[in-house]
Design a protein. Structure first.
Length: 320
């Protein structure tokens, strides 16, 4: 029996081909004017949904899919999947943790260096014909400095490793609780971590529990020589507070791969773009070919396991 799969996220040709070759009948939501139309049209043909952390799948949307059995988030995040409804209907939920962790950690260091060394302004200076003019902007190095990490999961751990091994940085972190087995210093209070750090990198997941953790007080604690990098979720940072901190020079700059208001174009984006000391990438930190290949393999592994009656390789645990 062919299993109907509804993809509420864009599929690369390679991922679509892999799913099709494995015997799944994939219906893509992209051609529809909006996702609810795609869900209604799919109706009783769908037993599996592919989504992501930002888009998720609401309880209302699940009611339109009476034969739904499994939801698979193609990235690590699943904050917008209604786990209560999934549990009440015995719908399995899986995600793809760690598949893009190295790519995101690489991008975090790239954003940190681009922001601190004012790469955007320097590049524009050269494009304007200023190669022979001395560029008189003094930019700090990151080597030997203090790196604070918000969210010491797999990505945070890889960022810490790069900071220590590549740049001789001192690393500390803030989490909901201390991580067993790590030698990095743990701060119970995020403001204290920001006060200690030269650079604060956010690698925390989204959701109500992390919304606006980085607020005006945290940014003030980071200080006028401090830089913020966010490769977690846009909602972790209070964007209005960030803009105010940049405008009043209470922090030195920022590197952002995620912005509050996604997946639509954030209405506050033009205000962020006015600052030369801010580098922004379009939520692409994890979009490396290696990451995509690994995620595709794990998506297939979860689907194949579920429909074969085997344990999921990467299930999402439901809180009791």
């Amino acid at each position: 029996m062919t299993v109907g799969v509804l993809a509420l996220v864009g599929l690369s040709p390679e991922r679509l081909a892999a799913l099709t070759a494995a015997g799944y009948a994939v219906r893509e939501g992209k051609p529809y004017p909006n996702r609810i139309d795609a869900i209604r049209e799919a109706g009783e043909t769908v037993r599996a949904v592919l989504t992501n952390g930002r888009g998720g799948l609401s309880g209302e949307e699940m009611t339109l899919l009476p034969k739904l059995e499994i939801v698979c988030a193609v990235g690590a995040g699943y904050e917008a999947v209604d786990l209560d409804t999934a549990r009440s209907r015995s719908i399995a939920v899986a995600n793809c943790p760690d598949t893009n962790a190295s790519a995101v950690a690489d991008s975090a260091m790239m954003l940190l260096m681009a922001a601190t060394r004012h790469l955007r302004a320097a590049d524009r200076h050269v494009h304007a014909g200023g190669w022979q003019d001395q560029w008189a902007v003094a930019t700090p190095t990151i080597s030997g400095k203090r790196l604070g990490i918000l969210g010491m999961g797999t990505i945070g751990s890889k960022i810490a490793h790069r900071g220590v091994r590549g740049f001789d940085m001192e690393v500390s972190y803030h989490n909901r609780k201390a991580v067993a087995g790590t030698s990095y210093r743990y701060f119970e209070n995020l403001i204290e971590l920001a006060t200690w750090a030269d650079f604060l990198v956010c690698a925390a997941p989204g959701g109500a529990g992390t919304r606006h953790l980085v607020n005006a007080d945290v940014l003030t604690a980071l200080g006028p020589k401090g830089y913020l990098v966010n490769v977690g979720r846009g909602t972790v940072v209070d964007t209005a507070a960030l803009i105010d901190a940049l405008r009043t020079k209470r922090i030195a700059g920022a590197g952002l791969d995620v912005v509050e208001g996604e997946p639509a174009v954030p209405p506050i984006l033009p205000e962020l773009l006015q600052f030369d000391n801010v580098v922004i990438t379009p939520h692409c930190a994890g979009r490396a070919p290696e990451a995509r290949t690994a995620a595709t393999a794990l998506i297939l592994a979860n689907l194949n396991a579920y429909f074969s009656g085997k344990p999921l390789p990467s299930p999402v645990s439901f809180k009791v």
